[in-house]
Write a protein that binds this ligand. Structure first.
Ligand SMILES: [Zn+2]
Length: 253
């Protein structure tokens, strides 16, 4: 039983405990090429949250990890079988209700730990900040906490070398052999500014990739996944510790 994981702890351990920070891991349920499980984003983000929190807890941080939200925004993938879409407005409603609970119980620091590219919490956090002015709400996309080229030969973004390597390390029993994976070939936009990322449009996933992956997974290894995830856990645990140690009314220097 880990006392900093809400699903595992109990009323006896929790009821008189001071908590500075609540962390909500958020994933998605979606196809990940042919070889990775639908829960890939959930498995990764939950493990990162738990391992990072253990380091922070051992250093005295008073935090709690909430249960992982297993569905994300998949509006660009509605035609891909059993990709479960939550609309952005649904995500707002969920976060509003969770923030209301935290706010009532005096837990004013709230970190959304995100593991899915379709989830975009910035605008939601702006609106929640206006509703809950005592709170400090922030989000972190763990997959942006490191440089892909420090660990991997090929980039991509979905069921790619990085995600495959990390899953080979975390949940090898759920990863098919790489000769069963597609090549993760992703098409680019015709419009230049969209590829240069200073203009943006949602990608219609099934027009961009045939195997649902973007990024070639063939060079993935368990060792690369272990190195990468250890770096992520180091970074995310530092973030949790800093959030716990910094006063809400003194955030700037
Ligand atoms: Zn993923």
């Amino acid at each position: 039983m880990k006392p900093f994981i809400l699903s595992e702890t109990n009323w006896k351990s929790l009821k008189d405990r001071e908590i500075d920070l609540a962390v909500l891991p958020w994933g998605a349920t979606e196809a990940h090429n042919y070889h990775l499980p639908f829960a890939t984003d959930n498995i990764m983000v939950e493990k990162i949250a738990a391992e990072s929190a253990m380091i922070a807890w051992d250093k005295g941080s008073r935090l709690i990890i909430l249960p992982t939200i297993p569905f994300g925004v998949n509006t660009g993938q509605l035609d891909i079988k059993l990709n479960i879409n939550l609309n952005p407005s649904t995500e707002f409603a969920i976060l509003n209700d969770i923030a209301d609970v935290l706010n009532r119980h005096g837990i004013y620091k709230f970190l959304i730990l995100n593991g899915h590219g379709g989830n975009d919490f910035k605008q939601i956090i702006r609106e929640l900040g206006a509703r809950f002015p005592k709170m400090f709400i922030c989000c972190c996309n763990w997959y942006q906490s490191f440089s892909n080229s420090d660990f991997f030969e090929n980039d991509g973004g979905h069921a790619d070398e990085m995600e495959t390597s990390v899953m080979q390390f975390l949940s090898p029993e759920l990863v098919l052999p790489l000769d069963e994976a597609g090549n993760g070939m992703g098409k680019k936009f015709i419009i230049k500014a969209l590829n240069e990322k200073w203009a943006w449009a949602e990608r219609k996933w099934s027009k961009v990739t045939t195997d649902t992956g973007i990024g070639n997974p063939q060079k993935a290894t368990r060792e690369k996944g272990e190195k990468c995830i250890n770096e992520v856990i180091r970074k995310v645990s530092d973030l949790m510790i800093e959030l716990c140690n910094t006063k809400i009314n003194n955030m700037y220097e």
